[in-house]
Design a protein around this ligand. Sequence first.
Ligand SMILES: *Cc1c(COP(=O)(O)O)cnc(C)c1O
Length: 428
Amino acid sequence: MDFNLKTNEKGNLSIGGANALELAEEYGTPLYVADEDRIRDNYNRINKAFTDQYKDFKIFYACKANTNLAVMRILEEEGSSIDAVSPGEIYTSLLAGYSPDRILFTGNNTTNEELEFALESGVRINLDSTSALERLAKLPGAEGREISFRVNPKVGAGHHDHCITGGDLSKFGVMEEEAVNAYRQAIDLGFKPVGIHSHIGSGILDPEPFKLAVHTLMDTAGHVYRELGVEFDFIDFGGGMGIPYTPQESLLDINKFAEEIVGLFKEKMYQYNMGNPTLCLEPGRYIVGDASYLLTRVNTIKHSYRKFAGVDAGFNTLLRPTMYGSYHHIVRANDPLAEPSQEIDIAGNICESGDLFARGRPMPDLKEGDLLAILNAGAYAFSMSSQYNSRPRAAEVLVKDGESDLIRERETFADILSKQNLPARLLK
Ligand SMILES: *Cc1c(COP(=O)(O)O)cnc(C)c1O
């Protein structure tokens, strides 16, 4: 994987036609830079791959990967629907222009208040447990509502244990063996079951576990149909399609993936004589992951027991390396194709020893003031950022045809303090 790096005539990193060095000068660092065309291309590539195989196909963009309003608007324009996992994401999606029927709410350990919010918003509700079903049934306006269940198909997969959301250790979904009972209970409580859902994990580059989950979910859907006569409007296999983060990994062959998944889906659909449900997927990372770069500046070169390049971002800005041990490719923005000449640790500015973007990474010569670009910073990057160490969150810009727009202002100290109140007795 060569990461498709683009350079301008000076040999500087170019993002969507804009010079990364100039963006850093104009907006400061650390800075997230999103490439609009790349987001659109990624969406259209996966949409076309599946639509070519099966017309009744829909993408529910998993917006927890990147909830920036501009990104949400771009995908709304492309025709996407939304997978929302919280009331905050429902709220953001509505504001971004998605009608409620284009929003599927898949909560986890959802409170009654959250269920009520979902009911009132008019979004589709995907239930994670029969507890949620029973509590939903008691809420005003629940009678006759359309619902679906998230089923745990007993298989999981992902780039890290924390990202495996199926299998017998997972907290998500209704057990596959219990699915028929759950739907029966839903019918008895007066609901209208319209869909079935699974999501087995994230960062999947090997299609095999995903195929296994499709197999199981289709059998489960078939059993629900046979036993209860429920004809599903939609069958949703969740997200999880991976992108290459390391130079050794290669792209998921999305056309082959679509062919295999749709092949399995159709085989089971005919086997159970299920009609023509809409096939849904919920990619997050696949659509936005490689569309953004995190620009951060080297401020300290230090030789202690090891060699360090210290930068002005930290795990408060991009958590993945610290949280999952994830590899993110890093280049020197003034010459992203420069050959490595050393091995160096690239360390953030947070007061924790785990705050490292890379350990012993082969890099070209680095000096103080150099701008680095951390690749694949579009998914689970800004959306997981925090104010830890009282550091204001980074700014975000969107680039199209060489022009940039600030789509999120850099936070200030006032933002860090904005919700704090001193009790009167502590006022000075
Ligand atoms: C996080 C999530 C997704 C998206 O996962 P990706 O790996 O980003 O594709 C899809 N569906 C649900 C329910 C999720 O929680």
